[in-house]
Design a protein around this ligand. Structure first.
Ligand code: FCA
Length: 339
């Protein structure tokens, strides 16, 4: 009985594979005239407003150009690979992806190749089996080091504006070194602070176990116990969530918002914070260009499939500082209408 079942199952798979071939699932690079183009966009943390924005802007591109966009959540490696299988079976031609694990790069590429999917890695760059960046995979991400430096320079200026004595001030640097773009950002912030004259030994690293608010809150709780003498805190991290977690931890330990100044990165995940009636220790954020990460990547992919226009291999975007005073105006200027 079991043997029979297995046989039927194998025949079914063979049949399916055959259908795929006929429907052009394998590697036909250019779509036939009138054929609907499907592009999948997998993001690692769908709960983060940043990734919702990327999807939203990609959706705008899909409406404008008339392709089908599949907005997908790939929160772990297994999910990502099975989503790629689904895209392959559906006959999709392109994959935009911010992977939950950069080391999955080689597996993503070989799976995508099997289905003839073109790939653009978004935000987080793939790492190959040799531990190096997969430089032959198209990538659009942020200029992490430079944006981090902007954060560090702004924090230093704020410390001076507030008249804090350097000797009573510490930097809570919320790190996530597992991810290169995150390390670039916090390294950049530290470099700029040191270049401005901030003492290196007062920059304290608080490693996050997970790259979310909870991970940062827990990391900061530990740091605050270790450094009871610090009166004023400057805070930097890989993104808004990293800084928000630290601010929450400091509030819980009784620090007044006047003694805390944090600057995040993304600018999309802190709107509620900036809208609060009373200022918190979250001073501002480097607003990234979500439109480029969503609309532009989707458009690049569409053109690549439709017209054979290959996108640049490596594109980096920058950020602009938003604070309680200017965030509405800048968000409007940057195309974030209605968020
Ligand atoms: C990484 C972070 C996101 C965002 C993006 C540009 O993927 O996890 O929050 O900062 O880079």
């Amino acid at each position: 009985m079991n043997l029979l079942k297995n046989l039927v199952f194998v025949m079914f798979i063979v049949l399916l594979a055959g259908c795929g071939e006929e429907a052009g699932v394998s590697s036909s690079p250019t779509p036939k005239e009138g054929e609907k183009i499907t592009i999948g966009f997998i993001v690692k943390q769908p709960e983060e407003p940043w990734f919702q924005m990327e999807h939203r802007f990609a959706r705008e591109a899909s409406k404008e150009h008339g392709f089908e966009l599949m907005e997908l959540a790939g929160t772990d490696s297994e999910k990502v690979l099975s989503l790629i299988d689904n895209l392959g079976v559906k006959g999709a031609k392109g994959l935009l992806i911010c992977t939950p694990d950069v080391k999955l790069g080689p597996a993503i590429m070989s799976r995508a190749e099997k289905y003839g999917l073109k790939v653009i890695a978004v935000d987080d760059r793939f790492i190959g089996n040799d531990g190096k960046f997969m430089e032959n995979v198209h990538y659009l991400g942020i200029a992490g080091k430079e944006i981090g430096k902007d954060v560090g320079a702004e924090l230093y200026k704020e410390m001076q504006k507030r008249g804090w004595d350097v000797k009573d001030t510490g930097v809570a640097m919320i790190t996530f070194h597992e991810l290169d773009t995150a390390k670039d950002r916090t390294d950049g912030a530290a470099e700029a602070l040191i270049a401005a004259g901030f003492p290196k030994e007062q920059i304290y690293l608080a490693p996050q176990k997970t790259s979310d608010i909870k991970g940062s809150l827990e990391a900061t709780d530990i740091l605050l116990v270790q450094k009871p003498g610090v009166k004023h805190w400057l805070v930097a991290g890989m993104n808004d969530s990293a800084v928000l977690g630290a601010i929450r931890s400091m509030e819980a330990r009784g620090f007044s918002p006047k003694d805390v100044c944090g600057i995040g990165i993304n600018g999309t995940d802190c709107i509620g914070e900036l809208e609060k009636r009373e200022a918190t220790g979250f001073y501002g954020s480097m607003l990234l260009q979500a439109k480029k990460h969503g609309y532009d990547t989707a458009t690049m992919m569409y053109r690549w499939i439709k017209e054979g226009v290959e996108p640049p291999l490596d594109t980096r975007t920058r950020g602009i500082l938003i604070t309680r005073d200017n965030f509405r105006e800048i968000l409007r200027e940057q195309g974030f209408e209605g968020i």
